[in-house]
Design a binder for this molecule. Structure first.
Ligand code: PMP
Length: 372
């Protein structure tokens, strides 16, 4: 196709580096796959049944844009119990991703700035440019803790928002209470919207994650069902925050996504009654198994949540290391520069079968000790 037909924004993005690893992996016969950014468990049976029941009872038409009452009211009641903010409005989005895009669509003017902590979830880096804004990176190496002074320095009159994600992708790091409070207060003082992506909230192994909404009622929380219930393909998320922002997001949803998938909203409502603690305990065990296996050979900041670890590369560039991992062991991990401007680390996902983690640990130990 002629370049003249395509909008300039198409040149802003390269194919996600994760996709490149997936494409390589697809050619391998028996890969050790530690690259996947989703749970390895399926949707629990009760939620699957609720989805089937919703489809069979003909809940297949559009839902209300702001969400089917069955789910929206249940979520709103939960959020009300949690925060009791007067001005907090909620809607159901097409995944957390849908919520993140709509947030930037209603907040960012051309030239406005959005602060992103590096390393970051890939979408945070690209979304500001998609709406004509600019990403401002704040480095969190080497311990992936947020330095509030650096954040304060990065805020300018053009700063509209800060993306915050705890537990975090790709590091698994969970921010401590003091940091969350400091960041929440800083955002309030400087009149910047703190967008808190809480999609990994359930996967917390050592202490419950704190939401900045606890300390700043104007926090915009973006959350979703994908990871908690293993339903990434069902595209279900929700957003709650200051009514004036959320109402605009609902308006934009009407003209873009229209609504989140209707039958799955019924299933999401059913899923909210499930106790996922056995799944979380199992992932804690997997995390401990991975950390113990790699302790002698890798520098790793202990991940307290999500299902990722982000070790330092033992040698070489990310591409060199990942290529050796694939060629020598059919091992799939993601080079850190997919999530960062630095090329010093790599991401492991331990949302995998125990045997796959064991094989991955063996391969990684061999790789650290023998540079090809
Ligand atoms: N936020 C983060 C931090 C994620 O890791 C992901 C999924 N990889 C998403 C959002 C997107 O989730 P969803 O499936 O709800 O769109």
């Amino acid at each position: 196709m002629s370049d003249q037909l395509l909008a300039d924004r198409t040149s802003l993005f390269d194919t996600s580096g994760i996709r490149k690893v997936f494409d390589l992996g697809a050619k391998l016969k028996d890969p050790i796959n530690l690259s996947i950014g989703q749970p390895d468990f399926d949707v629990p049976e009760a939620a699957r049944r609720a989805a089937i029941e919703a489809i069979e009872s003909r809940k297949n038409s559009y839902a209300l844009t702001q969400g089917a009452p069955v789910l929206r009211e249940k979520l709103a009641a939960q959020v009300k119990r949690q925060y009791n903010h007067d001005d907090r409005e909620l809607f159901v989005s097409s995944g957390t991703s849908g919520g993140l895009l709509l947030a930037l669509m209603v907040l960012v003017n051309p030239g406005d700035e959005v602060i992103v902590f590096d390393p970051y979830f890939v979408m945070y880096d690209s979304l500001p440019a998609l709406v004509g804004g600019k990403t401002i990176h704040v480095d969190t190496y080497p311990d992936f803790r947020i330095d509030l002074n650096r954040v304060a320095d990065a805020i300018t009159p053009r700063t509209k928002a800060i993306f915050f994600n705890s537990p975090a992708n790709p590091t698994g790091v969970t921010a401590d209470d003091e940091t969350v409070r400091g960041l929440a207060e800083l955002a309030a003082e400087r009149n910047v919207v703190l967008i808190s992506d809480e999609i990994y909230r359930t996967f917390a192994y050592d202490r419950p994650p704190v939401s900045p909404a606890k300390y700043n009622p104007r926090t915009l929380v973006v959350d979703g069902f994908s990871k908690t219930y293993g339903m990434t393909g069902w595209r279900l998320g929700f957003v709650h925050g200051p009514a004036e922002i959320v109402r605009e997001m609902i308006k934009f949803q009407q003209y873009t996504f229209v609504c989140a998938p209707h039958p799955f909203q019924w299933a999401g409502a059913a899923a909210m009654d499930l106790d996922m603690s056995a799944y979380v305990n199992d992932y804690r065990r997997k995390r401990d198994m991975l950390l113990a296996g790699l302790a002698d050979d890798y520098e790793i900041v202990k991940p307290e949540g999500a299902f990722y670890a982000f070790p330092k590369l033992p040698w070489g560039s990310g591409l060199e290391f990942v290529t050796a991992a694939i060629e020598k062991h059919q091992l799939l991990v993601i080079p850190g520069n997919v999530f960062s401007r630095a090329d010093t680390h790599f991401r492991i996902s331990y949302a995998a079968d125990d045997r796959v983690i064991e094989r991955g640990v063996e391969a990684l130990r061999e790789l650290a000790r023998n540079r090809p």
